[in-house]
Design a protein around this ligand. Structure first.
Ligand SMILES: *[C@@H]1O[C@H](CO)[C@@H](O)[C@H](O)[C@H]1NC(C)=O
Ligand SMILES: *[C@@H]1O[C@H](CO)[C@@H](O)[C@H](O)[C@H]1NC(C)=O
Ligand SMILES: *[C@@H]1O[C@H](CO)[C@@H](O)[C@H](O)[C@H]1NC(C)=O
Length: 233
């Protein structure tokens, strides 16, 4: 095996390149950059990228406790300078606050770079506190009590609707007994809805009211006459 043959063996070429990288390109690897690709209420999608590696490095995602996260496949790009750029995406649930690490490392050359990002936990996902639940239940009880008392008061109130027969009996009573002005007003102020519903009833009512007024007039006349006679006496 000649010296030329040894030199052109692929492994030898690689070894030389690694040696050259170690000697001259040390520190050319870029610190990983983490980008937030999407960020909603429940999860964030992060992307990590690092360039200038030789040979191809590995990319790892770690959580705050140093556990490996399952991420998407690592994409590798080889530039014209034979150096590698690696990138990978990971989806992180916002169940709790977490410090995520992107680590890019090359075991053979004993190089590693890492970047951290803080993912705050989502407030929406928090369990409602016990005090909040107690306050809500308390408000429901108060509301139910108010509704109960209100219904009770309404049921005690007499029915304001007076039907036709009741009206007639009232006027009959009134024509017999001495009517006063307040009673007369009450009849006039009957709900107009009943009058609109039925034309005949409306006529009846107006007649009834007229009767009442006439009665009232005659009564006042008679009382005036009696007063006159009494004064004469
Ligand atoms: C994340 O890191 C910051 C400091 O870099 C620290 O204050 C915080 O407690 C860490 N959070 C978690 C969940 O590890
Ligand atoms: C990598 O370097 C560290 C010091 O920076 C050393 O402790 C460790 O033994 C090295 N590992 C290898 C595999 O060379
Ligand atoms: C996601 O968005 C929220 C608010 O919109 C912000 O507080 C949080 O820092 C963002 N997360 C990341 C990882 O940038």
């Amino acid at each position: 095996m000649s010296l030329q043959e040894i030199f052109w063996r692929p492994s030898a070429v690689t070894s030389v390149l690694v040696l050259l990288t170690l000697l001259f390109c040390r520190g050319s690897v870029s610190t990983p950059v983490i980008k937030v690709m999407s960020n909603d209420s429940s999860r964030v999608v992060l992307q990590c990228e690092s360039a200038g590696w030789y040979p191809e490095p590995e990319l790892l995602w770690l959580d705050g406790e140093g556990n490996l996260l399952s991420a998407g496949p690592t994409e590798t790009l080889r530039g014209p300078d034979d150096l590698y750029t690696v990138s990978s995406r990971v989806t992180v649930e916002k169940r709790h606050s977490n410090n995520i690490t992107c680590r890019v490392q090359q075991r053979n050359t004993n190089q590693s770079r890492e970047t951290h990002i803080h993912v705050p936990g989502s407030a929406v996902r928090k369990e409602p506190s016990a005090t909040f639940i107690i306050v809500i239940i308390g408000l429901l009880y108060v509301g139910a009590a108010i509704a109960f008392v209100w219904n009770f008061m309404l049921s005690k109130k007499p029915d304001t609707k007076v039907n036709e027969t009741e009206l007639k009996t009232m006027t009959q009573k009134r024509s017999r007994a001495r009517g006063d002005d307040t009673e007369n007003k009450e009849i006039k102020e009957e709900p107009p809805s009943e009058q609109l519903e039925d034309d005949t009833s409306a006529v009846d009512m107006s007649e009834v009211i007229k009767e009442g007024e006439e009665n009232q007039e005659t009564e006042t006349q008679s009382t005036a006459q009696s007063a006159l006679t009494s004064s004469e006496n």
